[in-house]
Design a protein around this ligand. Structure first.
Ligand code: NAD
Length: 500
């Protein structure tokens, strides 16, 4: 296998054996064994897969709601002192996490490729983004003054403002960006002075389990971060627990709705980052070759398993023919393969379940008689591979147009007027992201003002900066992560009124 970095499956498996504690939860600063036969059936044994081959790489046991109880007590005990630490102390711990991740960069990349199937280059971007996020919130919290004076004009009253942590937080993350989604929640929560229970996705436990060792190595005070490898039972116990003050969830809308109702008990603060069906609009004046690169990056990165994937293409009628010719050729030249092969440009889906989801949409497309420009097939053999797929002239009533596939499927249509493009882009229950490809910046900015989305790329695709708040409108969620908004999500303001 061609791999210039020297990172191999065997090396990643060694990391798994040496640096990851399985059959355990990280509670109160210690690895607590998750005992066998807690449920007394086969669900006690949880397999972890290599999506590149479908091979079981390890088995582990998942936590139960009893572990949630212990972890909540630990987080609660730790809260009194952690919430009163100085901002510079908290920044020191965040920088220490970043430094430790940097030192173990290759190991974290290897675990991500092994357990998630990402191509090495994409896994490297993920680890770098997570590190940048810890550093960003270390700097942001250091810059926040304890007291700020609010102008009160003629009132004769002095008004001071300060911030307090929101409390004990339940952080729940999906499998598509392990470490990154965790960093988006954990970094601002710790910066704000919260203590947390973190539940990684049961599909991709390896990268987050290594985080437990990193926290021990930097002497993070006991109980501040508790990591619970678990599934729905643990997530439900966390989000409905009376001592949890805040729930931050990233995942599907189906589970997001459950989480919202679970968190309603006790009126918990909540942030939800949910699904998307984002549009990419290619205007008549766009550089067609470059536009095709943006389209491909926007849908086939991470095999389309991105909440912000620009999975609906709206292309101006005048450039349709030449664009589809180039797009088809570029898509068919993508190298699909094992994430450990450095030449791989698109890896497998994360799981057999996700592959089935994609297959279901191939079948729907066939039943709807959609016009397939390229792809539309599950790859025979081992691993969870589907071909990068493009359907053209897809009606807005198609299930593929309306529903989030979370796989490498692009649906396309054409427009003649900008107003029509905006109407089509906004015609979705989701409103997370969008891309506009145009040579006219002013015209594109005018479109930005009319498009419903929280994150809009102009002649760029899928770049995420820690400074830029992340989140959508409509059913794409509630609240924002990243940026200053991401810190506010874990703080409550306090106002003090006193005589001048
Ligand atoms: P999922 O909703 O199936 O699972 C997400 C997490 O919720 C997992 O950790 C899971 O164990 C947990 N969970 C399951 N049932 C629960 C319950 N009843 N209570 C509490 N937690 C529970 O999502 P997934 O398949 O892991 O991820 C894919 C989905 O995530 C897609 O819909 C995608 O759009 C969305 N997503 C959104 C963003 C964003 O920023 N908006 C980012 C990444 C993924």
């Amino acid at each position: 296998m061609n791999n210039s970095d020297g990172l191999t499956r065997d090396i990643a498996k060694q990391t798994m054996q040496n640096d990851v504690v399985l059959n355990a939860a990280y509670i109160n600063g210690n690895w607590v064994a998750v005992e066998t036969a807690e449920r007394g059936d086969e669900t006690d044994i949880h397999p972890l897969y290599d999506p590149n081959s479908g091979e079981v790489i390890a088995t582990t046991r998942l936590c139960t709601s009893a572990h949630v109880e212990t972890a909540v007590n630990a987080a609660s005990d730790a809260y009194a002192s952690w919430s009163q630490t100085t901002v510079s102390e908290r920044a020191r711990y965040l920088n220490a996490i970043a430094e430790s991740m940097e030192q173990q960069f290759d190991k974290l990349v290897g675990l991500s490729v092994l357990n998630n199937g990402k191509p090495i280059e994409e896994a490297k971007i993920d680890v770098s983004d997570a590190i940048a996020c810890y550093r960003y919130y270390a700097n942001l919290i250091t810059a926040q003054e304890t007291w700020s004076e609010v102008s009160t004009s003629e009132s004769g009253i002095r008004l001071l403002k300060t911030y307090a942590p929101v409390g004990i937080c339940a952080l729940i993350v999906p499998w598509n960006f392990p470490m990154v989604t965790t960093a988006w929640k954990l970094a601002p929560a710790l910066a704000a002075g919260c203590t947390v229970l973190l539940k990684p996705s049961e599909v991709t436990l390896l990268p987050e389990l290594m985080l437990g060792n990193i926290l021990s190595a930097i002497n993070m005070p006991k109980g501040v971060v508790n990591i619970l490898p678990g599934g729905a039972e643990v997530g439900a116990a966390m989000t409905s627990h009376p001592q949890i003050d805040k729930v931050s969830f990233t995942g599907s809308n189906v589970v997001g709705e459950k989480v919202m109702s679970q968190a309603a008990k006790g009126i918990k603060d909540i942030s939800l980052e949910l699904g998307g069906k984002s549009a990419i609009i290619v205007c008549a004046d766009a550089d067609i070759d470059y536009a095709c690169d943006l389209i491909i990056g926007g849908i086939f990165t991470n095999a389309g398993q991105i909440c912000s994937a620009t999975s609906r293409l709206l292309v101006h009628q005048d450039i349709k023919q030449s664009l589809f010719k180039i797009l088809k050729a570029k898509t068919e030249s993508l190298h699909i393969g094992d994430g450990f092969d450095i030449s791989t440009q698109m890896g497998p889906l994360v799981s057999a379940q996700q592959l089935n989801q994609v297959k279901k949409y191939f079948d729907i497309a066939a039943a709807e008689h959609l016009n397939c420009l390229t792809g539309g097939e599950i790859v025979d053999g081992s691993g969870y591979f589907a071909t990068p797929t493009i359907y053209t002239d897809v009606p807005a009533t198609s299930q593929l147009w309306m529903e989030e596939v979370f796989g490498p499927i692009l649906v396309t249509t054409t427009f003649t007027e900008e107003a029509e493009a905006i109407r089509l882009a906004n015609d979705s229950k989701y409103a997370l992201a969008a891309t506009i490809v145009s040579a006219d910046e002013k015209a594109a900015l005018d479109m930005v003002l009319q498009i419903q989305a929280g994150h809009i790329w102009m002649n760029e695709q899928q770049i995420v900066l820690p400074e830029a708040g992340w989140g959508g409108f409509k059913q794409s969620g509630i609240g924002r992560e990243l940026g200053a908004d991401g810190l506010s999500a874990y703080q409550k303001s306090k106002h003090v009124l006193l005589p001048q």
